[in-house]
Design a protein around this ligand. Structure first.
Ligand code: SAH
Length: 346
């Protein structure tokens, strides 16, 4: 049985042709899938016979809302979605003045092992299919009943560790017959899988790439991000400049400030020297407390001092506004609780 949402538009056309159907049926079915129908009977402009034929060879994936929290401070909505196989993933919808942005997951768990991150505790269970990634947008939009205009692949999982499905998802979400979300409204965040960055540069997708850097040198990065044992900062920065050159898109960096680990003014100087040539923007994130970890954020004054130092060195840096602080909106924590995952690595 095939999940129709795992097919790219072209593949859906071929699938229907192989069934002896006309190509234009793909447009009708694609539209219904993206509107969030959960049964073939809701596809009212498709004949009963074709609906029956489809039911025999394919299915429409769904997500159940297991838990939902709405921030009373800023309207952020956090979902814990349950997949049909029992696994849970998290998605967050944030309200900005330019519209709704959804932060979605790309995997169930994660195998990157970043020391400060809740999503990686318990490791990787499996990657999401293209349709399962898409379903988060479809079912959140259906629930809220407002158009979601921006997407960030910054939830649970490492998108470049699920490369093919993520690219398939990007093609489908951008398709004008479905949600039609422009590539410039999509951001992909990676911990820095260098070959994935080179591959993405060749896809001709003008999405925004953001790198979870979190350290100004290999010595610090090795301590908090195991991926850095595989790809050095030099290799990573080189891949970033090739990406920027090839796509003509500016890269940005995420930098979680962890007290006493990566937040000294010397660290800021080193960071500025490293990324200034890329003219990149830095998003500073005061590290979120994860129960099992003893990383702490610095004071407001320390965070500002770090930011000011970067700005003085000519690097554009902002401190990320905390949204949904009353509903634990940062990812990984709800799923961990729902799945009863314990930290074996500690
Ligand atoms: N795997 C991808 C995307 C998921 S994580 C990546 O690494 O970019 C989304 C962002 O949140 C990353 O920048 C990640 O490093 C950061 N993050 C994870 N745990 C955090 C925490 N406890 N505090 C602050 N930022 C955190």
């Amino acid at each position: 049985m095939i999940n129709l949402k795992d097919l790219e538009y072209k593949e859906l056309e071929e699938f229907l042709l192989a069934m002896g159907e006309k190509k234009f049926r793909a447009a009708q079915i694609f539209k219904w899938l993206h509107l969030g129908v959960t049964s073939f009977d809701e596809m009212t402009d498709i004949s009963k016979t074709l609906r029956e034929k489809l039911r025999e060879v394919s299915f429409i994936s769904t997500l159940e809302i297991e838990e939902k929290y709405v921030s009373s401070i800023d309207g952020t909505v956090k979902y814990l979605f349950r997949l049909p196989d029992g696994n849970c993933i998290e998605s967050v919808v944030m309200r900005y003045h330019h519209g709704l942005t959804i932060c979605i997951s790309s995997q169930i768990g994660c195998r990157m092992g970043c020391r400060f991150c809740a999503s990686t505790i318990g490791g990787l269970y499996r990657s999401l299919t293209a349709g399962e990634i898409l379903d988060q947008v479809i079912f959140a939009e259906k629930d809220i009943n407002e158009r979601i205009s921006n997407i960030v692949l910054m939830g649970i999982g490492e998108p470049l560790d699920n490369y093919d499905n993520v690219v398939k998802f990007l093609h489908n979400i951008n398709n004008e017959k479905g949600k039609n979300i422009g590539y410039r409204h999509i951001t992909l965040s990676t911990c820095g899988i260098v070959p994935g960055i080179y591959a993405l540069a060749e896809e001709d997708l003008p999405i925004t790439l953001t790198i979870s850097l979190h350290a100004p040198n290999d010595e610090i990065r090795n301590r908090i991000m195991p991926v850095s044992h595989k790809y050095s900062i030099d290799e990573l920065i080189k891949a970033c400049s090739v990406y920027a050159e090839r796509t003509k898109r500016r890269i940005s960096f995420e930098y979680s400030l962890i007290r006493g680990v990566n937040d000294s003014l010397e660290n800021a100087d080193e960071l500025a020297a490293l990324i200034k040539p890329l003219h990149a923007h830095v998003n500073l994130i005061p590290v979120n407390k994860v129960e099992e970890r003893d990383f702490r954020k610095g004071s407001k004054a320390e965070i500002e001092a770090f930011q000011n130092r970067l700005v003085r060195r000519g690097v554009n840096a902002t401190v990320r506004r905390e949204l949904g602080s009353d509903i634990a909106a940062s990812c990984g924590q709800l799923r961990k609780r729902a799945a009863g995952i314990e930290d074996k690595g500690k």
